[in-house]
Design a protein around this ligand. Structure first.
Ligand SMILES: [Fe+2]
Ligand SMILES: [Fe+2]
Length: 157
């Protein structure tokens, strides 16, 4: 599969989880807990696919504009992974605070996804030919399988 198509599929999945989370109420503690776990897994794995495979190739193939986009996107990943998600996980899902934090998380991720899809991905499609994108897509699905196993094992532990 083409790497960019694979990443866009992931985005759809993440956006769907976020919508279900923001639609949930303070009473739906179990649903919220499950959705948050799912969100964490999807976002963590997706970020690794981008940061280990697409982003480095993009940085190398591109010029100054691409370098700026690369750093901006990495900074957004860092905000979500090391700040927003950990805070959310530490928040009582039956609280209104949780609802507020979910909303901010959704806005951040939607903004990030929008920028990738409207700026970085179209420029990646120009920088890389079809064969290269297919090759990266293959690497991504292998990495995803490996990370998914690790993630599931760590959640069960
Ligand atoms: Fe990203
Ligand atoms: Fe992405």
């Amino acid at each position: 599969m083409n790497a960019i198509d694979l990443l866009i599929d992931d985005h759809e999945k993440v956006k769907d989880i976020l919508t279900r989370l923001t639609d949930s109420t303070e009473r739906a503690v179990k649903t919220r807990t499950e959705l948050l776990q799912k969100l964490e897994m999807e976002v963590t794995i997706h970020t690794q696919l981008e940061e280990q495979i697409l982003y480095p190739a993009y940085k190398e193939a591109g010029g100054k504009e691409e370098l700026k986009m690369y750093h901006e996107a990495k900074e957004e990943h860092r905000t979500v992974d090391s700040l927003v998600l950990p805070d959310l996980k530490a928040t009582d899902p039956s609280s209104v605070e949780f609802s507020g934090r979910v909303k901010v998380c959704k806005e951040l991720l939607e903004h990030h996804i929008e920028e990738e899809e409207s700026e970085m991905f179209p420029s990646a499609r120009e920088l890389f030919d079809k064969a290269r994108l297919e090759e990266m897509g293959q690497q991504m699905s292998e990495l995803r399988n490996r990370l998914k196993k690790e993630f599931t094992a760590s959640q069960a532990a």
